[in-house]
Design a protein around this ligand. Sequence first.
Ligand code: GUN
Length: 281
Amino acid sequence: MILIDGKKAAAELREELKKEVTDLKTKYNKVPGLTVILIGDMTPSQIYVRNKEKSANEVGLKSEVIKYPDTVQEETVLEKIEELNNNDSVSGILVQLPLPKHIDKQKVIEKIVPSKDVDGFHPMNVGNLSSGYESSVPCTPLGCYLLIKKIEPNLSGKKAVVVGRSNLNGKPMTQLLLKENCTVTITHSKTKDLKAECLEADIIVAAVGIPELVKGDWVKKDTIVIDVGINKTDKGIVGDVDFDEVSKNAKALTPVPGGVGPMTIACLLKNTIECFKRSQI
Ligand code: GUN
């Protein structure tokens, strides 16, 4: 079984990005800039944002975090996004989710100009991705995709089962696999026989938020299994895949933590650089 080392893959990607930033600096005499908006004091969000800032600095990006208390008015946030949209030194804008209840997530996402939407959540980017046009691609599925390609460069004709249909992961993951000519099945909580679907798969991407849902006898011998889940349980953080069981069966598996997580952040930096490059044309 191949244990897919997301930390190592992310470090390699950051190294490539660092070189690219150096080249861009020589060419344009400026570096891509990432601005993250963090609302409230939710600990997981604070940790994610700190990691994003650290990684951005590591590859040489200009990085800024704007913090608001969770009582901030929606209008204040929308005005700030407008200002960032018009600021040439900002290449990418990310508003950390989840947001407090009184702020309309969709309004915030749609306020970010699509060319600076490093999350790929704006309907324009969602549409472009599904039409096969150039777009920002959500960071987590992009990270999963790069890990899968490392194990299996030619995905054409493979059967992929995506467990979960969220806008953040399942749906964009499906688009990326389709582009690679996979035959993709999207499954979810109402799927009749999830085990039978998974047993058909050459690739499984589990992103449903149910601890250790995917069992050992759901997985064929040659299957690549990507675990997007981060679930807090009595025995600590576990994924959506039963690691002990599936690691005995699968061809390759990502651990939690140390699998998809580090790649997500590296892909955010990649998206920021892509936005910068597109803005220079
Ligand atoms: N919160 C958890 N994951 C994400 C993400 O990928 N993007 C944003 N903006 N917020 C998140």
